[in-house]
Design a protein around this ligand. Structure first.
Ligand code: 9MR
Length: 472
């Protein structure tokens, strides 16, 4: 486990519970009808059962529901992590520029503290739920406003947040693997890393997450997020965790490679968190899906915990799909029981429900091009490839003199196509393509370097054909 559970409530008793449960499960496995007194207590809440394996179990919370006794009762009994459902979003916390409004979010944080739970902050930068004044900004004014927002809000909650969703839902749906077009994206492709850096500076103790939906299995969108996280890790951009929202229904069921996808992200050196779980349905089918998700988290050492997106079905943003663990009256559903039972198997050798092979793409060693004529710059390429697609990272290094602009050329194999590039302006999408610097990364100090990347379909290029630059 790489994450810090020091603040988990009842940590030492949780460990004891884990031991007792392991014994109990062993007894069951050999068919002995033995009841261990005391084990029932360990197994009766989601939070305590998750804590037995060092994990949390959380829920989204709405401030206006804290006066509902049934709601508050379940919240304080069951959950060890709390996410404000809307109260920490930009429109809620900064309704007018530079005027901050924290009352509702503060109430949720106070409730979390009073019940010994931790808080996931959600969300600092997002294309949705922006205040009107931000929606009307663009360019540098919007970039500055966004960074100021990140700084102010993360500073207000410094030391009180387990993990921040620093950036939410920044990638497009579908097969493009591209960034979502948004006002924030149009301030420059590096807006995400700028937000992460600002958040780290404001609250160094909070884990910083990227959070998204439709990234729960391996697909073009999750591959693009994967490439971004890998790039951030390579370049030292502060990122600690990836949130998988996990909103499921019959049209978008739990993917067969859910666990494998969590695992490949974990292998990048980030914590993985299930951040907004809800599964439409009822009865056994719904219960089984909750079991699969819960077991997947338990099977991935770096999966720190699960948060469901609300308490009762009637609290859900899509209440008609009855996607949660408690019914509208606050009764435990079959999905609750299956989730709890699965958590209580933690520490035993329960086999994963679905373990397709982990298809973490191999990283090819960097291929360095011969020094270009004039020696102004050189470029080294590394590829992550999978069947039908690839992500390339290119490191551009200045020669003995500083450069002010640069351009890298390469040829894509026949049948391959460029779909998306970052930190560079691409010309061409098949065959010979060129990548020129963007405004902020043209200048490279003598001997220094910068990186850009691109994604494509087909087979990856294996070499750069040239790097040219103008001297500064
Ligand atoms: O549950 C939230 C709902 O109350 C809001 O009206 C909605 C506004 O966009 O946001 C919902 O929460 C979203 C979360 O912040 C990000 N991922 C998707 C969630 C469901 O839409």
């Amino acid at each position: 486990m790489t994450h810090d559970f020091a603040r988990v409530r009842g940590r030492s008793t949780s460990r004891l519970r884990g031991v007792v449960l392991t014994v109990a499960a062993g007894a069951v496995a050999i068919g002995a009808a033995i009841t261990f007194s005391g084990t029932a207590d360990a197994a009766t809440t989601l939070g305590a059962s998750a804590a037995a394996s060092g994990r949390y179990f959380g829920t989204a919370v709405a401030a206006y529901k804290l006066s509902d006794a049934t709601y508050l009762g379940i919240l304080s009994r069951e959950f060890t992590m709390v996410t404000p459902e809307n109260e920490m979003k930009w429109d809620a916390t900064e309704p007018s520029q530079n005027t901050f409004s924290y009352a509702n979010a503060d109430r949720i944080v106070a409730q979390a503290v009073s019940q010994g739970a931790r808080v996931r902050g959600h969300a600092l930068a997002w294309h949705q739920q922006q205040p009107g004044w931000a929606q009307s900004l663009s360019g540098t004014a919007l970039r500055s406003a966004m960074l100021n927002h990140v700084t102010q809000v993360a500073t207000h909650y410094r030391g009180q947040i387990y993990a921040w969703d620093v950036v939410n839902e920044a990638f497009a749906d579908g097969g493009s693997g591209a960034r979502r077009d948004s006002n924030l994206q149009q301030t420059g492709n590096d807006w995400i890393e700028a937000a992460f850096r600002a958040a780290r500076a404001a609250d160094p103790a909070a884990k910083l997450c990227y959070n998204d939906y439709n990234t729960d299995g391996q697909n073009a969108k999750s591959n693009a997020v994967y490439a971004m996280v890998q790039d951030f890790k390579t370049r030292g951009v502060p990122i600690d965790c990836v949130g998988f929202q996990s909103h499921f229904n019959s049209a978008s069921p739990v993917p067969s490679d859910y666990q494998a996808n969590l695992q490949r992200f974990a292998a990048l050196g980030v914590e993985v968190q299930i951040t907004e779980l809800d599964i439409e349905g009822s009865g056994t089918a719904q219960a089984d899906s909750y079991t699969r998700v819960t077991q997947a988290c338990l099977n991935v050492a770096q999966c720190a915990g699960i948060t469901v997106w609300g308490i009762r079905d009637t609290d859900s943003w899509r209440a008609s799909g009855t996607p949660l663990l408690f019914d509208g009256s606050g009764n435990k559903k079959a999905a609750y029981t299956s989730t709890l039972n699965t958590l209580n198997g933690a520490g035993t050798s329960v086999p994963p429900t679905t373990t397709p092979p982990v298809t973490t793409p191999p990283t090819t060693p960097p291929v360095t091009t011969p020094p270009p004529s004039g020696g102004a710059c050189s470029a080294a390429l590394s590829a992550n490839a999978w069947t039908g697609g690839f992500v390339i990272t290119v490191k551009v290094t200045a020669g003995a003199s500083a450069v002010s602009t640069w351009s890298v050329a390469l040829t894509l194999p026949s049948g391959s196509a460029l779909t998306n590039a970052w930190n560079a302006q691409a010309t061409g999408s098949s065959g010979a393509v060129q990548f020129a610097n963007v405004s902020y990364n043209g200048r490279i100090a003598a001997g220094g370097s910068t990186e850009f990347g691109f994604q494509g379909t087909g087979t990856p290029p294996t070499a750069v054909s040239g790097c040219t630059a103008s001297l500064a």
